[in-house]
Design a protein around this ligand. Structure first.
Ligand code: PRX
Length: 581
């Protein structure tokens, strides 16, 4: 069913939303070089993300403007001006330098959403080192894999999170320092760790930003694929050109905006759009340490007078579930523009928010690898509910077949993009061959299936691979299967995404047992707890079915598609390669 289109905003509101009002003309005349000239740059053609997000504002009236409004999970609040953000980043940069961190070294941050997380990110970037943010719900295996693969030199974490994973240290010879942020809990008596207050807090608030080349590495985020462990998608400082441009033209950020991105910095949305896009545009950004709660979220919008809000479909579906009356109990009149990313946004959700909040959610599309938004429904344009929108200026996506041939409007195929946009990832860490394999026939292959309509709006169809999208988190089935088979009872495991009304998909595992184990409920619970302990709760299977043997191809690959078809009661499709017993 095609949903009614939502007209572009009335002319009276347009002064705040002028950016892509003349979309065709903006696209025609687009120049990344011109965008780059809107940024400051450093002498000699250098470019540094922290300089563009923070330092450059100190020469302007924004110096004493609030950059970060912070609310902790227990309701405590702090505010930081741009000048205070710079001081925090400078102390972190000085502290890290003292620990021996040099340009190109990897620093990882495994923290709750506290201000020190933000100072670490910007301090590391100032130093020319590479920052790797980790999701605070990760278990020991997830953290170890990332630190080991990247060869991280320093980990900044908290006593609570470190207690969860500290056994991994013996397996990480390259990890020289662990720095604990003790804002909530004092560190335990163990040795071998440093305290943030000593290593960073006592440092000078002056630091001269290292003159990074636009092509120097800046940020890496690990992302899941069908095979193997998560890969570190590495970005460069030049990505800030994309963050800034999309912050201006997609997030529609203006000087007086109070902006809230609900994503965690452990995922790419939380860095690109929780930090880089808003602050490079000089906006005030709200950081809330707590998790989802309909009442808490509506209260935050009311309390901080949030104007621009960027969130995700799972959260929106949970808000819908909380009822139409819930928002009515709050004054949400400050909101002027809302967006969503990370999973398909149901057209019902767009229509719901238009009816209940008076504002439709604007869907947009991108990936860890693309670094920034590439396709969007823009503030000044008509929305087609269910569509991801139209290409950002300077971006050339297409629907192609498996041979790289462009398909006409209406036909489903592979979503691909012409390489070369500023925020494009530059490698998978330690895995150049895999990186190269993502580029074929002159296209970057996104791994998504989609179609384009006659007016150039893109519509998401599904993933081309077995990667699971649960509540906006990508989960590689192989990663989960590998953990499951570490359990002594498990012989083999096959993992799929099972459709779910709220999270879109939940992780479901099929396991066969070793001889001598009985498929009991207790064993099921035990295996689930085992997986949760090693992976993040969001990644561990929510359901486990015992099965005598897993369907496999003749070459021994688990046929996840068949498991899924059976789970959903769908036709099993081509099973000609199925192994015969
Ligand atoms: O499958 C697409 C889905 O999420 C993937 C990217 O996930 P990740 O690398 O974790 O990046 C998170 C930052 C957005 C995509 O390949 N996806 C993302 N946005 C949408 C989406 N699927 C449908 N509609 C979207 N708007």
């Amino acid at each position: 069913m095609e949903y009614a289109r939502i007209a572009k905003p009335p002319a009276a509101e347009m002064p705040l939303r002028p950016n892509l009002a003349d979309y065709e003309e903006t696209r025609r005349s687009w120049s990344w070089e011109r965008v780059r000239r809107e940024l400051d740059g450093l002498p000699g053609g250098s470019l540094n993300i922290t300089h563009e997000c923070l330092d450059r504002h100190l020469k302007t009236a924004r110096r004493d403007k609030i950059a970060m409004l912070w609310e902790g999970k227990d309701g405590e609040t702090e505010t930081y001006t741009f000048a205070q953000m710079v001081a925090g980043a400078n102390r972190a940069a000085n502290g890290l330098r003292k620990l021996g961190v040099e340009k190109g070294d990897r620093v990882f941050v495994f923290l709750e959403r506290v201000p020190e997380c933000y100072f670490t990110v910007f301090g590391t970037l100032k130093l020319g080192a590479v920052i790797g943010p980790l999701f605070s719900a990760f278990g020991p295996d997830a953290v170890k894999d990332r630190l080991a693969d990247s060869g991280a030199k320093v980990l900044v974490t908290s006593p609570d999170l470190w207690a969860r994973v500290k056994d991994i240290r013996k397996d990480l010879p390259e990890l020289e320092h662990v720095v604990l942020v003790t804002r909530r809990h004092p560190a335990g008596p163990e040795g071998g760790v440093l305290l943030w207050d000593e290593a960073v807090g006592s440092q000078s608030a002056d630091f001269e930003t290292v003159a990074t080349d636009p092509e120097d590495f800046s940020v890496m985020h690990y992302t899941s694929g069908t095979t193997g462990k998560p890969k570190g998608a590495a970005h460069v400082h030049n990505a800030i050109v994309g963050h800034y441009a999309t912050g201006k033209h997609v997030l529609d950020l203006h000087e007086d905006d109070v902006y809230w991105c609900t994503a965690d910095p452990g995922w790419v949305t939380g860095t690109s759009y929780g930090m880089f896009a808003p602050w490079s545009n000089g906006a005030t950004s709200l950081v809330y340490e707590g998790g989802f709660g309909a009442r808490a979220w509506y209260s935050l919008i009311e309390k901080y007078r949030v104007t621009v809000w960027y969130t995700a479909p799972t959260a929106i579906r949970m808000l819908m579930k909380a009822g139409d009356e819930a928002p009515q109990k709050h004054d949400l009149s400050s909101l002027r523009y809302t967006m969503s990313v990370g999973e398909p946004l149901n057209p019902e959700a767009v229509v719901w928010s238009e009816r209940v909040l008076g504002l439709p959610f604007h869907d947009n599309w991108w990936q860890t690898e693309t670094g920034a938004i590439l396709i969007a429904n823009y503030a000044a344009m008509e929305i087609r509910p269910g569509s991801m929108g139209r290409p950002f200026p300077g971006i050339e996506p297409a629907i192609i077949d498996d041979d790289g041939k462009e398909l006409p409007p209406g036909e489903e195929g592979n979503l691909a993009v012409r390489p070369g946009w500023p925020s494009m990832f530059r490698t998978y860490w330690n895995n150049k061959p895999l990186y190269d394999s993502r580029f074929q026939n002159g296209w970057y292959i996104t791994g998504d299936r989609a179609r384009m309509d006659a007016d150039g709006y893109f519509w998401f169809v599904g993933r081309a691979d077995d990667v699971i999208n649960t509540a906006g988190h990508l989960v590689g089935p192989f990663e989960v299967e590998s953990v499951l088979i570490e359990h002594p009872a498990v012989a083999e495991a096959g993992v799929i995404g099972k459709p779910d009304p709220i999270a879109m998909e939940v992780v479901k595992a099929f396991v066969s047992l070793n001889d001598g184990y009985e498929p009991t409920d207790q064993l099921r619970r035990e295996i689930m707890a085992f997986a949760r302990g090693k992976l993040a709760a969001a990644v561990a299977p929510r359901e486990i079915d015992f099965i005598a043997s897993l369907p496999k191809t003749r070459s021994g690959k688990i046929m996840r598609r068949l498991l899924k078809a059976r789970e959903l009661g769908l036709p099993e499709g081509d099973t000609s390669t199925l192994e015969e017993d």
